[in-house]
Design a protein around this ligand. Structure first.
Ligand code: ATR
Length: 273
C-alpha cells in the first residue's frame, strides 16, 4: 500500500515540498504519496490527530507558522529538534505517538559545505536574525567548529538570549546590528527582511575577502540580501533553495531509510523559478 505524507502550513499553496518529494520517490522507487495540506491556525492538536487517524498519514513536514507549536506537542524528539525549539518533520509511530525532528539546520549545512564547498571550520560566521529560523541552525553550524558565531538582530535582547542558550556548545555571542565588529567569512541571513525587500542594516566592510553570503530565503530573482552581497563583492552568494531540498532529503531519509540524490532536484527547481 502507498504510504502517505504531507507538508502542513498556513498558507501552504506555494509549497515546493510536494514536487521535491515526488522527485525523491521517482528517483528511489519508494511507493509514497506526498501532498500539501493547509490546516487551521487554531486546534493544531486536533488537526494532527485527523492527519494520523483519518488520513492515515505516516509522517508530516511542518512549516510556518506551526514549527514551534508542534515542538510543544511532540513528546519524543531528536536532540537536534530539542535544541532547535522547533519541529519540521514528524513521524507518526504505529503506537500512536509522535516523534519530532528538525532537519533545517543540517539542510543548511549540507547546502553550504557539500553543494557549495563552503568551509565552516575555523571561520567567522555572522548570523542575522534571532527568530525560529536562526535558532534552528545554530547547533548544526557549531558542529562544524567555526571560530565563532555572532548573532545580530534588530531586537538585540533576542540575539543575546539565543547566544546564551547555545554558549555551552561553542563560541557564540549576540547583539544588535550596531554591535557587529570586524570581518566575517560567512554571513547567513535568517531574518524575514528579504520578505519585505529589505536588508538588515549591516556595517561597511563586514565581509572578509573570499566571503560567502547565504540567504535562507529564495525567490525567482535575487533577494534584497543577495543584491546587497553582490554589491559588496561577496565571492559566493547562495539562496535558500538548496537548503529547502536538503532538509527535505533528510526528512525523506528519516521516513524511508533511503537517502535521495539532491543535485538534480535542486537544478530542476532552479530551472522552474
Ligand atoms: P522565523 O521563524 O522565520 O525566524 P520570526 O521568528 O518571526 O520568523 O523571526 C523573524 C526574524 O526576522 C527576527 O529576527 C526579526 O527581528 P526582530 O526579532 O527584531 O523582530 C527579523 N526581521 C524581520 N523583519 C526584519 C527587517 N525588516 N529587518 C531586520 N530584521 C527583520
Amino acid at each position: 500500500m502507498t504510504d502517505k505524507y504531507a507538508v502542513i502550513g498556513n498558507p501552504i499553496h506555494h509549497s515546493k515540498s510536494p514536487l521535491i518529494h515526488a522527485e525523491f520517490a521517482r528517483q528511489t522507487g519508494e511507493d509514497i504519496e506526498y501532498s500539501a495540506i493547509e490546516v487551521p491556525l487554531d486546534g493544531l492538536q486536533n488537526s494532527l490527530q485527523q492527519l494520523r487517524d483519518v488520513l492515515k498519514l505516516k509522517g508530516i513536514n511542518v512549516t510556518v507558522p506551526f514549527k514551534e507549536q508542534v515542538w510543544k506537542i511532540t513528546q519524543q524528539k531528536s536532540a537536534r529538534a530539542e535544541l532547535a525549539g522547533a519541529v519540521n518533520t514528524v513521524v507518526f509511530n504505529n503506537d500512536g505517538s509522535l516523534f519530532g525532528d528538525n532537519t533545517d539546520g543540517i539542510g543548511l549545512c549540507r547546502d553550504l559545505v557539500i553543494n557549495h564547498q563552503v568551509e565552516l571550520a575555523g571561520k567567522r560566521i555572522l548570523l542575522l536574525g534571532a527568530g525560529g529560523a536562526s535558532r534552528g541552525v545554530i547547533a548544526p553550524l557549531l558542529e562544524y567548529q567555526p571560530l565563532g558565531i555572532f548573532i545580530a538582530n534588530r531586537t538585540a535582547s533576542k540575539s543575546s538570549h539565543l547566544a546564551e542558550l547555545f554558549a555551552h556548545l561553542g563560541n557564540v555571542h549576540g547583539g544588535g546590528f550596531h554591535d557587529i565588529a570586524g570581518e566575517f567569512d560567512v554571513v547567513i541571513n535568517a531574518t524575514a527582511a528579504s520578505l519585505q525587500g529589505e536588508v538588515p542594516p549591516l556595517p561597511d566592510k563586514v565581509l572578509a575577502s573570499g566571503a560567502c553570503c547565504y540567504d535562507m530565503m529564495y525567490s525567482d530573482t535575487d533577494t534584497a540580501f543577495i543584491q546587497w552581497a553582490k554589491a559588496q563583492k561577496a565571492e559566493k552568494t547562495i539562496d535558500g533553495l538548496g537548503m529547502l531540498v536538503e532538509q527535505a532529503a533528510e526528512a525523506f531519509y528519516l521516513w524511508r531509510g533511503v537517502r535521495p540524490q539532491t543535485a538534480s532536484v535542486i537544478s530542476l527547481l532552479h530551472n522552474k523559478t
